[in-house]
Design a protein around this ligand. Structure first.
Ligand code: CMC
Length: 394
């Protein structure tokens, strides 16, 4: 019925109106609620920026304290959830576990996951604290399960990222020691991933929310969308690529040639929106240098290969013509690796960081009284009408 405009992969379709995040891909600009990412990276923390993204304004000290306390007090999960982990075979991918756990978490908070928009909106502040805090606890629990260790309970006195590292790496007989300041680097990593307008996972969250689904179900779908190697999985792919280049005895030059001939993809390079240096990559590149030197790895061979690749790509016509620059994932894996996070867990780290954006985008959809269910159309390319053929005549 009527003409349907087709925009392959939504390259030029505005799917919503939003007040949260601004990107200018040509100039390499990113702002949360109007604040430049560079300023937030320098002066803010993950939780403060999260408050900004979700509630629209930077918090006063008392608002921030109250928010921090609420998140802190929500860190523990119901003991029933510990048993959910028993149902997964060892070796299960932590993104599969995380998505399942976030959806299951809603069952423990039926009053926050009613699928009645008004009711879900009324409990939104509580659900925000539950999801922000427990996504970190559940992620750490899935790691402990994989390595065959007891779960470690959160500690009240620790800040957001410190508590995460504690739940990941402390042991009952010895607390995790963060003398190299990895919690600070991790907090920056989370902050830089907190929102990025209508990327694949956030659009998924909005799509699911548009049907009236609750926050827990919507963010669980977001985790699935994030999983793929072209989206959140790229940070893991970057480290794998750097390691393979290193193991093959290449300094990066051979790899650049195979990327140009289409035999390989330079993971961590290119972006649908940025046709300039991704501002997050610039910040993370510097942070990676700092973290690696703090732990005495300034000559880390993978960091050197990353530097070589970046240098070579920025000067090479293939990459220049296609406006391919490093994206957020190019350096983030080096920071995560330095923090002792295993590569198969990197995408989970992205999911923890992206939670504020998913929460804020869900709220924007749910609180829009005029919002209709998202229902794109298609351009049908299949056969025209056909006569049914009885099975014996096929
Ligand atoms: N290495 C080599 N060539 C590339 C790359 C790359 N990483 N990315 C794009 N190209 C080429 C591509 O082959 C195409 O060349 P041609 O015009 O000759 O056919 C041209 O550049 C345009 O690329 P495209 O695939 O049409 O661009 P897209 O907007 O569909 O894809 C992308 C964007 C990010 C999926 C893609 O650049 C890519 O696969 N990059 C590697 C994976 C990656 O780092 N993903 C993380 C993205 S940022 C974080 C996030 O959103 O999760």
């Amino acid at each position: 019925s009527g003409y349907i405009s087709y925009d392959e992969s939504y390259g030029n379709t505005g799917s919503c109106q939003s007040e949260i995040t601004f990107i200018n891909g040509e100039k390499g600009i990113l702002r949360y609620r109007g604040y430049p990412i560079e300023d937030l990276a320098e002066h803010s923390s993950f939780l403060e920026s999260t408050y900004l993204i979700i509630y629209g304004e930077l918090p006063t000290q008392s608002q921030l304290d109250a928010f921090r306390n609420k998140v802190r007090d929500s860190a523990e999960v119901h003991v029933g959830m510990e048993h959910h982990f028993d149902g997964f075979p060892t070796g299960s991918h932590p993104m599969a576990i995380l998505s399942a756990m976030l959806n299951s978490l809603g069952c423990y908070y039926p009053e926050m996951s009613t699928n009645n928009r008004q009711q879900d909106l009324e409990s939104f502040d509580d659900a925000v604290a539950v999801l922000l805090s427990k996504v970190r606890t559940l992620a750490a629990m899935s790691y402990r399960m994989q390595v065959g260790k007891h779960f470690i309970y959160p500690k009240h006195k620790l800040r957001y990222s410190e508590n995460f590292l504690h739940m990941m790496f402390s042991d009952p007989y010895q607390d995790y020691d963060d003398s190299s300041g990895l919690a600070h680097a991790l907090d920056l990593f989370f902050l830089l991933h907190a929102d990025h307008e209508q990327n694949c996972s956030t659009s998924t969250v909005r799509m699911v929310a548009s049907g009236g689904a609750n926050l827990f179900a919507s963010v669980s779908a977001g985790v699935c969308a994030l999983w793929g190697p072209l989206h959140g999985g790229a940070n893991q792919a970057v480290i794998r690529m750097l390691q393979e280049i290193h193991d093959s005895g290449d300094d990066g030059r051979r790899f650049i040639e195979s990327a140009k001939s289409g035999d390989a993809k330079l993971m961590g390079f290119g972006h649908r929106v940025y046709k300039n240096y991704d501002p997050r990559a610039r910040i993370l590149g510097k942070a990676a240098e700092k973290v690696l030197s703090a732990i005495g790895y300034e000559d880390d061979p993978l960091l050197n290969i990353a530097r070589n690749l970046e240098q070579a790509a920025l000067e090479d016509d293939y990459f220049v013509e296609r406006k391919l620059y490093p994206n957020v994932d190019f350096y983030s894996g080096l920071i995560l690796k330095a923090a002792g996070i295993p590569p198969e867990f990197f995408t989970v780290m992205f999911a923890i960081g992206r939670m504020p954006g998913w929460l804020a985008n869900w709220h924007e959809v749910a609180s829009d009284e005029k919002a209709r269910i998202h229902r794109p159309r298609q351009v049908y390319q299949g056969p025209g009408v056909r006569d049914y053929v009885p099975i014996e005549n096929r």
